[in-house]
Write a protein that binds this ligand. Structure first.
Ligand code: UDX
Length: 458
């Protein structure tokens, strides 16, 4: 276990943050950390060896980094599937407990500051994917909040699973997959996380329900129905404080190096002409699927900026997956990178559409920049997010007929050249709401003030 030098806060309160070690969860947790630091809290981040944060990027935080041989081995070899990594997180219990004890000991032993006050640990903010954190913090009376990094609509679905089973929607059957769920419209049965292991969702719900409060990376105007329902179901404070990347003084919290040639290439393109293609940090696809995508993109004739990260193509890399002569055929019309500065890309005037897997961060970031989406959900909450985008907010369209090159090329042209304008005007209206909610008096601005006072009450 390693610690870094402790920085102390103006408020005499330290917050401990324990993110799940995935890019889409680390990013919002780091944005939250930066935001709460700017409010005067001092911050300690507890982290695993999987997707480690570069400590020098965040010199104002204290880190407690622990070892875990299983997660360490996943970092070195090609990563296993996400469910395997999530299940392995349970083996971190002892190391986390040791880390927590060390932080508590050090804080108790620390000197008083110049005002004669002693800093104390106000609370732990953890990702609800950690199975053991709730019982551990309860046993030492440490207040614990959770950070919901996905949508609040998905949280409502997880909370509703028992009633969906009682009402006979689940288990899903071949003949009910296209039924719209009346209390969760526009979601259909097929959008529910049917493949996701049940015990992981149970952990998530239990850790959320037993917490002292839920911080959500969303804004009320976007998910008003789900926010109201969740507030009704959970007898704990709910803080929709997103979009976190707009609230946080530092929105660039990517833990992977971002290829700036994305921007130099975009600078040469005409306004709204480029389709940005990225499927996030964990989703994978077969080589055959990747090939269909590649042909579809080529046949669409639209300029593309495509993120093909290491691990996206199962067992292969971009160089040996593209057909012979492909790059020559694409020519100047396409640009490949391993990881892009996504926030900068989405706000670039040349970008006219986003082909996305609809991870929640990507969905929210696209909304904040007013970029309509082509939705290709791959797993977990992505089907639900995509349904809200296409059938709820109507700011994107789903690839309904699967990954076929003709369908891909046709859908891209529809999004970029034919129906894009209507979607663009709807998403621009949402973008304005996202901009307003973080301004003084806005819903998320007010929510962060409530959260700050709440944290100061511990
Ligand atoms: C995962 C799950 O897949 C998703 O369903 C869940 O909602 C969050 O966790 P991930 O695949 O990482 O998320 O996607 P997403 O939530 O969209 O987050 C990706 C993040 O990486 C975004 O903040 C995006 O800006 C960033 N990113 C992505 C980059 O910085 N560069 C890139 O090239 C691609």
């Amino acid at each position: 276990m390693e610690g870094t030098m402790k920085q102390t806060s103006k408020l005499g309160r330290r917050l401990l943050l324990f993110p799940a070690p995935f890019h889409g969860h680390l990013n919002p947790m780091l944005q939250l950390a930066t935001l709460l630091y700017s409010k005067g809290f001092s911050i300690t981040i507890i982290q695993t060896p999987y997707n480690p944060i570069n400590l020098t990027d965040f010199p104002h935080f204290t880190f407690c980094s622990f070892h875990n041989s299983l997660l360490e081995s996943y970092s070195k070899s090609p990563p296993p599937d996400t469910v395997t990594v999530i299940s392995s997180m349970d083996t971190c219990c002892e190391a986390f407990r040791d880390c927590l004890s060390q932080i508590l000991r050090e804080t108790a032993a620390a000197d008083t500051d110049t005002d004669g006050c002693k800093e104390h640990i106000a609370a732990l903010i953890a990702d609800p994917m950690w199975k053991f954190v709730g019982s551990l913090t309860a046993s030492i009376n440490l207040p614990r909040l959770v950070l919901r990094t996905g949508s609040i609509s998905a949280l409502l679905v997880y909370l509703s699973l028992p009633s969906l089973r009682e009402k006979g929607y689940l288990p899903a059957r071949d003949n009910n997959l296209d039924e719209i769920l009346p209390e969760l419209s526009p979601l259909k049965v097929r959008d529910l996380p049917l493949e996701w292991p049940h015990h992981l969702l149970e952990t998530f719900v239990r850790e959320t329900e037993t917490s002292h409060g839920v911080i959500c990376n969303t804004f009320e105007e976007l998910e008003s129905y789900a926010t109201a329902q969740v507030k009704r179901s959970l007898p704990i404070p709910i803080f929709p404080i997103g979009p976190l990347h707009k609230q946080s003084p530092t929105s660039d919290t990517s833990i992977w190096a971002q290829d700036q040639t994305s921007i130099t290439w975009l600078n040469k393109q005409t306004p709204k002409s480029v389709l940005y293609v990225s499927f996030g940090s964990v989703a994978t696809m077969s080589k055959a699927e990747f090939l269909e995508l590649a042909w579809g993109l080529l046949e669409s004739m639209v300029p593309i900026l495509w993120v093909v990260r290491h691990g996206l193509i199962q067992g292969s890399e971009v160089n040996n997956s593209l057909p012979e002569g492909y790059l020559d055929m694409l020519g100047e019309r396409g640009h490949f990178v391993k990881w892009a500065p996504q926030l900068e890309v989405l706000s670039h005037p040349a970008v006219g559409g986003f082909w996305t897997h609809n991870g929640w961060n990507s969905t929210l970031e696209s909304i904040c920049e007013g970029v309509p989406m082509l939705c290709q959900p791959i797993f977990a909450d992505q089907d639900m997010n995509a349904r809200h985008v296409s059938d709820g907010w109507k700011i994107g369209m789903k690839l309904e007929k699967g990954i076929k090159r003709e369908e891909i090329a046709r859908s891209i042209r529809k999004l970029m050249l034919e129906e894009g304008e209507e979607m663009r005007s709807r998403i621009t209206a949402l973008k304005e709401k996202a901009t307003l909610c973080v301004k003084e008096g806005g819903s998320s601005y007010t929510s962060i003030e409530r959260l700050t006072s709440y944290l100061l009450s511990f």
